[in-house]
Design a protein around this ligand. Structure first.
Ligand SMILES: O=C(O)COP(=O)(O)O
Ligand SMILES: [Mg+2]
Length: 234
């Protein structure tokens, strides 16, 4: 049985904050320097999930498949260097907090729960998004994709946060938008909760097999804070 919960971990991109616009903008400013035309945000969005560098490498791989002639221009190392510069300029500038995120986190914190952000975004960029949106102060810890030796879907980041706050797996849930989150949560033995409004490489999140799907973040808080149901005597 799971609960009562003491620790809730949240994914960042596609779960707490819509960051696809500013990630796509950084990718497009980078591509422009290499003479590659702008790509739609919806196309770039499908590559978000394993960190910003991975997003760019996956995007490049698709562009090269489409047009192998680009191989002479798109050198991975140089592209990633330029992405670092451009994302440094766009990160946190147009990120939008999903409806109800502030209220949900505030309610959970007020009830005494520990709150973590476990993201695959590089730590320095994750902090910029969280600070720009005012979410940083609502969280007890932020683990980025480059904070530890391994990142989601490996269970290490979730295990690290659980150890930090003395939470057992049955007292912990991780809320995310992608199969990477579901896999990490299941590998850590915690509740794998999902939201359907994120990225997940364009696939419906149901297919990832989460324990539960929530249709708003306040719904997550309400579920966590609901009084335990007393079993009816027969
Ligand atoms: O930045 C990414 O690619 C993924 O970040 P997330 O783990 O917060 O979804
Ligand atoms: Mg995500």
């Amino acid at each position: 049985m799971s609960g009562p919960y003491t620790l809730i971990s949240f994914d960042l991109d596609g779960t707490l904050v819509d960051t696809a616009g500013e990630i796509a903008e950084a990718a497009n400013r980078t591509l422009a320097e290499f003479g590659v035309p702008r790509q739609d945000e919806a196309f770039v969005r499908g590559f978000i999930g394993a960190g910003t560098r991975q997003m760019m490498l996956r995007l490049m791989a698709h562009l090269l498949l489409r047009d192998p002639a680009l191989a002479g221009r798109l050198r991975a190392e140089r592209v990633l260097e330029r992405l670092e510069v451009h994302y440094g300029q766009t990160v946190g500038t147009s990120a939008r907090v999903y409806a109800g995120a502030h209220e949900a986190l505030a309610g959970l914190r007020q009830a005494g729960l520990r709150l973590a952000c476990v993201t695959n975004k590089e730590h320095r960029f994750a902090l910029r998004v969280l600070q720009a949106t005012g979410l940083a102060e609502r969280l007890d810890v932020v683990i980025g994709g480059d904070t530890l030796a391994r990142h989601k879907p490996d269970p290490l980041p979730l295990r690290q946060v659980m150890a930090q706050f003395g939470a057992e797996p049955h007292q912990t849930a991780h809320v995310g938008d992608s199969s990477i989150d579901v896999e990490a949560a299941r590998a850590a033995g915690v509740q794998a909760w999902a939201v359907p409004w994120g990225y997940n490489a364009g696939q419906p999140i149901e297919a990832a097999g989460p324990h539960r799907i929530f249709h708003s973040l306040p719904e997550v808080a309400a579920h966590v804070l609901a009084p335990p149901r007393v079993a009816q005597a027969a």
